[in-house]
Design a protein around this ligand. Structure first.
Ligand SMILES: Cc1ncc(COP(=O)(O)O)c(C=O)c1O
Length: 444
């Protein structure tokens, strides 16, 4: 029997050659580890709407959408026009300018916790600053994070990312990290409470994605978030939501608007910049103002939040402002559409997988979804560590991905995200491909 790589190799010879070249000049041939998958990634030539085309001219329905960045599809006119206009005014200035203020004001209006905004260049930077600010503001050291949570390559939070969690995430990290960053089990009220209380004297903050990306886009329960909110308040620690993926995607004001829980600090990225590189740390005025370089009294102490040659880059401001304005003006159509299409895809994929006899499950919320292989029936779906325990991610996920690619669908972690550019026809194609792939996967 042919290996499933064969059809992919046959379809993508130019990508295969490009990968050989890339490996000679970039370690592993990539610039972000997630860009690699075996036997080699296809190389993208151009994109439009819901589609991407590779170097060999193959067309795919894209579900990765630039790491969940595009919510209107690739290259929407509203963003292209904003960038073109900005190019006429300038590319990079290294100083303040009016559009930056408008962009921050709009974020302040849309995101419940955003009393003030500090821009940077990536989500990683935003979470790094969030942790530093939490420690500086409270004068304490310990940060609690969800077991399985990914907050970028930020060293402070590079712990407890991949199962089985006990291992170091990387060589080169200081062993002291374990002393000051600790894990809590997602959606486990009593387990988390115990850890909070064990660390309460030195607790600076708790950081989590209210909808955990690495856990199949599983939302936190309302009770869990309420408990975290009230405990942090009681102990004088900060609650930090990492909404790099979820803000402007699950609702205009993010998961915090959806769950009606306002954290002290929030990290933003992805959609915020309309497709341009961006990160932002937003939150309570009293806390953010501590990072101001303006020396207001003799008691002023420096909190170093915000270097970045390219922080609040004008092209990111132009694209981000255009994106957020568009989302605000069309929120009534966009979010219900994404919600119902997301539901349609999850239902259709699950029916196809189940009917073909593949032990897998598509999970998620709104426009976000992932598929887990194999899924053990009866397993709880409320915690990343439980999902991972039932998941043989590596082997089956790769097989699913490659087989979907040969049918013209680009998935990441067995899923991805929908955008307003995905048509009913695209959705039918995704479900049809899932059924065909599932059929192939169960063949002896
Ligand atoms: C939840 C979350 N936080 C932080 C980051 C890091 O953002 P960036 O890749 O822009 O550094 C990511 C990236 O995927 C993310 O998903």
């Amino acid at each position: 029997m042919k290996h499933f790589f064969d059809a992919y190799r046959l379809k993508t010879p130019l990508s295969g050659n490009l990968f050989k070249r890339a490996k000679k000049v970039m370690p592993g041939g990539i610039s972000h580890n997630i860009h690699y998958f075996p036997p080699y990634p296809f190389f993208i030539k151009k994109t439009k709407g819901s589609k991407i085309w590779d170097a060999d001219g193959n067309e795919y329905v894209d579900l990765w959408m630039g790491n969940y960045t595009h919510i209107l599809g690739h290259r929407p006119q509203v963003i292209v026009r904003a960038i073109e206009q900005q190019l006429k005014e300038g590319i990079h200035w290294g100083s303040v300018y009016p559009k930056q203020v408008e962009w921050a004001e709009l974020i302040q209006e849309l995101v419940p916790s955003a009393e003030m905004v500090r821009f940077c260049c990536s989500g990683t930077e935003a979470t790094m600053y969030a942790v530093r600010l939490a420690r500086a503001f409270t004068g304490r050291k310990i940060i609690l994070k969800i077991a399985g949570g990914w907050h970028g390559a930020n060293p402070d939070l590079s712990l407890g990312i991949k199962m089985p969690y006990e291992r170091e995430e990387s060589l080169g990290l200081l062993p002291e990290l374990q002393k000051y960053t600790k894990m809590i089990p997602f959606n486990d009220l009593s387990g988390t409470l115990q850890i909070i209380h064990r660390n309460k004297k030195d607790l600076a903050g708790i950081i989590l994605e209210p909808i955990v990306g690495e856990g199949g886009f599983t939302p936190a329960t309302k009770e869990y978030l309420q408990m975290l909110r009230s405990e942090t308040k009681k102990l004088g620690a900060l609650l930090i939501f990492d909404e790099v993926i979820s803000c402007f995607r699950v609702a205009l004001g993010g998961a915090q608007e959806m769950f009606k829980i306002t954290p002290d600090l929030t990290t933003l990225g992805k959609i915020t910049g309309g497709g341009m590189p961006v990160g932002a740390l937003v939150g309570r005025k009293k806390i953010l103002e501590k990072t101001s370089p303006e020396k207001k009294s003799e008691k002023w102490e420096r909190i170093l939040i915000g270097g970045g040659t390219f922080s609040a880059h004008p092209l990111a401001a132009a694209a981000g402002l255009a994106m957020l304005r568009y989302l605000k003006d069309h929120r009534e159509e966009i979010y219900p559409l994404l919600e119902s299409n997301g539901e349609k895809v999850r239902r259709g994929m699950n029916e196809a997988l189940h009917q073909e006899g593949v032990n897998a499950l598509a999970t998620g919320i709104g426009s976000l979804f992932q598929t887990h292989f194999p899924f053990q029936k009866g397993g709880l779906l409320n915690a990343p560590h439980l999902i991972h325990r039932f998941t043989d991610l590596k082997r089956k996920e790769v097989e699913f991905r490659i087989r979907m690619l040969t049918k013209g669908i680009h998935v990441m972690h067995g899923g991805g995200c929908l955008t307003t550019a995905h048509s009913d026809e695209d959705i039918e194609k995704i479900i049809k491909a899932t059924r065909e792939v599932a059929g192939e996967m169960v063949q002896p």
